[in-house]
Design a binder for this molecule. Structure first.
Ligand code: HEM
Length: 219
């Protein structure tokens, strides 16, 4: 399988994950509302996600995208390590010699660590019923708000979630630009706009996800 194909898989799945992240952050902003409104809304939203058949299909696509993204990123990283520098697909631009581009592997490993802990905290408990059982709210929905709120009243998890959003920001900033270039976007002015959009996107996502645990902790 050639390098372009592998990079295209990383780019395509990465862009899909970027869209998921916007939806996921928007939903998690509910946590910033006063508790009496937030609990019911958050739990109702979470129940809709789990029960809607179309969203279930999207969720399976999401899991597949995460797996493919990680597997192909590992394959490309190992291939690049053993390849001569001049074999790199794109290696001459300023952007590709940035700190983030040189360390996408390290950033990816930190995010994978985050994701494993995050899925164990929520997904495994709520969807697979692992660990302590989760109660129901007044409307009879699974009380996902309580799971989130109690997790973010633990200082260790608040720090873990907030600090790991820094590597997330670097990874998203470089990843978004890189994905468009891999898929053939090379318009000179367009690339400048893309660079700005990537910084804005990555900043909103990392600051947004990073401050939610802190706000819930101090609420
Ligand atoms: C403030 C930070 C975050 C909070 C409060 C949060 C909350 C949640 C909750 C409650 C669920 C389970 C949803 C349900 O089944 O009802 C979930 C699932 C998930 N989260 Fe997060 N999340 C956060 C950040 C992130 C980040 C930064 C990522 C990616 C790097 C991420 C990726 C995922 C994935 C992949 C799932 C599984 C989706 C599914 O349930 O099908 N989350 N999150």
């Amino acid at each position: 399988m050639n390098l372009f194909f592998r990079r295209s898989i990383i780019a395509g799945t990465g862009l899909f994950l970027c869209i998921f992240m916007i939806v996921h952050l928007s939903a998690n902003c509910i946590l910033l509302l006063p508790e009496e409104i937030a609990r019911g809304m958050y739990n109702a939203y979470s129940t809709t996600l789990r029960e809607n058949p179309i969203i279930k299909i999207v969720a399976y696509l999401l899991y597949l995208s995460i797996l493919l993204h990680v597997i192909y990123a590992i394959l490309v990283t190992f291939r690049n390590r053993s390849a001569k520098p001049d074999k790199y697909a794109i290696n001459k631009t300023e952007d590709n010699s940035s700190w983030a581009s040189q360390n996408m592997g390290l950033l990816g490993i930190l995010l994978l660590l985050f994701l494993i802990v995050h899925l164990a905290n929520f997904w495994a408990r709520i969807k697979l019923g692992m660990g302590a059982s989760v109660g129901l709210d007044a409307a009879g929905n699974v009380d996902v708000y309580e799971v989130t709120s109690s997790l973010f009243h633990n200082g260790f998890y608040v720090l873990f979630y907030s600090l790991l959003m820094i590597p997330l920001g670097f990874h998203l900033n470089h990843g978004l630009k890189s994905a468009f270039k891999t898929l053939g976007f090379y318009h000179r002015k367009g690339l400048k706009v893309l660079a700005r959009v990537s910084v804005i996107y990555a900043s909103i996502l990392s600051v947004g996800f990073g401050i939610i645990p802190l706000i819930v902790y101090f609420k």
